[in-house]
Write a protein that binds this ligand. Structure first.
Ligand SMILES: *[C@@H]1O[C@H](CO)[C@@H](O)[C@H](O)[C@H]1NC(C)=O
Ligand SMILES: *[C@@H]1O[C@H](CO)[C@@H](O)[C@H](O)[C@H]1NC(C)=O
Ligand SMILES: *[C@@H]1O[C@H](CO)[C@@H](O)[C@H](O)[C@H]1NC(C)=O
Length: 472
């Protein structure tokens, strides 16, 4: 811009500040139309795969699900109430579980090692679930926190430090706006949310404390659905987070900030738990799902069949990434601070697969076709903006018995080349009519199990209509 133009703009903004008393560094107003204009920090779209951790006092009974307390109190005939009357003395309260949350084997460096080896690029820990117990020593927790009762340790701070020390992963937190049985919340609720004592004395101060003390780069909000964003003062909190907080340039938030907000506002949309639309989405989204099909918290009473297999998990990753999403895969640590071995094994498998096939996942963009038009179970991605030689990737979930796969989506020309990741040498192909038949390599030469990636170079239809600018 020319100097005189610059002066006009400069003077105009100065006048604006003087006239309005407004801080020009504050780009965002506490309104959704303004907050929605914030660009998505690039790291999040590049990451594709993160780990969710549900840990809290519910990890002590570790029975049924992390909704143990609510389900127990909700119905005297529930399996939870029966479990309690059969195994615990009369009068035993939920708070009585807390001293048994000892986390005596908790070694955050071991966790960081497991997560790093899984190929995950970000970690989201339940800083506080609906039970209200905080995993950090919050000033606003009335001693219902991990320092004052149970582990006697800042579980959250220690994990944040270990993740950052390990490197290559971003640290984030889950946070529940509401608490099932908090008297302040119940009072606000009984007023029809006309009073906001719980918000002003508990939820919002603790959110500021979390951000200022631990600088999480993900705030995964939850427990919002009973009240409006106005009650929660979510828009005001987000304006502060985006304008002034210590993580203003890097933080990403989800979409659970009040009744009616989910799937409409936020840096990324989670819509419902285990959201897996199967088609390309216009806005960045995340599929949060569990390895234990029934529970987020650790469940001692889960049989093997309740755990998803590695193959099923890789299928979720492929479908999700090809439709523009990230996968946030949940594990539930035990009360003693271990990542149960079944979770560790699944995560290790994910890492083995990603070591060979990560090129088709990390930093990719959706292609203009998500899954093959002829053979089911083939999901496509394409290399991202930073790659000069564009490639298309086809993730094959079922190895064809014949050893040859027929595909309808990639259009071949003379110079097209197809290889399999981890194998390298070009594969023979034969394009006729609308399909191409590709001879897969000898399966014994293939490095990984579960799913396989074909890499296509120089296709007639490599260039996609999808542009990175389309990611809102
Ligand atoms: C404007 O915002 C910046 C950055 O957050 C802050 O350091 C500064 O104190 C603010 N100034 C005023 C006048 O509010
Ligand atoms: C591709 O995915 C869509 C949506 O998930 C599904 O309806 C369709 O059947 C799939 N195509 C094939 C060939 O399997
Ligand atoms: C290529 O496929 C066509 C149609 O299936 C077939 O007629 C032809 O023999 C194939 N060519 C080779 C070299 O396999």
């Amino acid at each position: 811009m020319a100097w005189f133009e610059f002066r006009i703009v400069f003077l105009a903004s100065l006048t604006f500040v003087l006239a309005d008393g407004k801080n020009v560094t504050n780009k965002y107003d506490p309104t959704w139309p303004s907050l929605d204009t914030r660009p998505l920090p690039k790291w999040y779209d590049d990451a594709k795969f993160g780990i969710f951790i549900h840990w809290g006092v519910f990890s002590v009974p570790s029975f049924g699900s992390e909704w143990f307390w609510k389900n127990w109190r909700g119905s005297a005939s529930s399996i939870y109430a029966k479990y309690m009357s059969k195994n615990y003395r009369p009068g035993f309260t939920y708070q009585d579980f807390a001293p048994d949350f000892k986390a005596e084997f908790y070694n955050p460096d071991d966790w960081a090692e497991i997560f790093k080896n899984s190929g995950a690029k970000y970690i989201v820990l339940t800083s506080k679930h609906h039970e209200g117990y905080t995993l950090w020593p919050s000033k606003y927790s009335f001693s219902w926190n991990a320092m004052d009762v149970g582990p006697r340790r800042d579980l959250l701070g220690d994990l944040a430090a270990a993740i950052r020390k390990k490197g290559g992963m971003v640290f984030g937190v889950y946070h529940s706006l509401y608490e099932w049985f908090n008297p302040l919340y119940l009072k606000d609720k009984s007023s029809g949310y006309k009073t906001q004592d719980f918000v002003t004395q508990k939820t919002i101060p603790e959110l500021y404390e979390l951000v200022q003390n631990y600088k999480p780069d993900v705030i995964w909000s939850d427990g919002d659905w009973e009240a409006s964003d106005t009650y929660w003062t979510s828009k005001e909190f987000l304006a502060w987070l985006y304008n002034e907080s210590p993580v203003k340039n890097t933080v990403v938030v989800n979409d659970r900030w009040g009744k009616g907000v989910t799937c409409k506002h936020g840096d990324f949309y989670t819509c419902s738990d285990r959201y897996d639309p199967g088609v390309l989405q216009p806005h960045k989204w995340e599929n949060c799902m569990t390895i234990d099909k029934q529970s987020w918290g650790y469940r001692r009473n889960a049989p093997l069949k309740d755990y998803l297999t590695t193959r099923e998990l890789i299928k979720e990753l492929a479908r999700t990434v090809s439709c523009g999403g990230n996968l946030l895969l949940n594990v539930g640590p035990s009360k003693d601070g271990m990542i149960p071995t079944i979770f560790e094994e699944r995560l290790t498998d994910m890492g083995k697969w990603l070591t060979v096939n990560g090129e088709a996942i990390y930093s990719t963009k959706p292609w203009h076709i998500q899954n093959d038009t002829v053979t089911s179970g083939v999901w496509y991605t394409q290399s991202g903006d930073n790659v000069v030689q564009k490639s298309v990737y086809g993730i094959i979930l079922n190895w064809p018995k014949s050893g040859a796969i027929t595909l309808g989506a990639p259009k071949f020309k003379q110079t097209s080349v197809v290889t399999m990741l981890g194998v390298g040498k070009p594969l023979q192909w034969n394009a006729s009519g609308k399909t191409v038949i590709i001879n897969l390599p000898d399966k014994t030469l293939v490095a990984t199990d579960w799913a396989w990636v074909l890499k296509f170079s120089d296709l007639a239809n490599s260039v996609s209509s999808w542009d990175s600018d389309d990611v809102e």
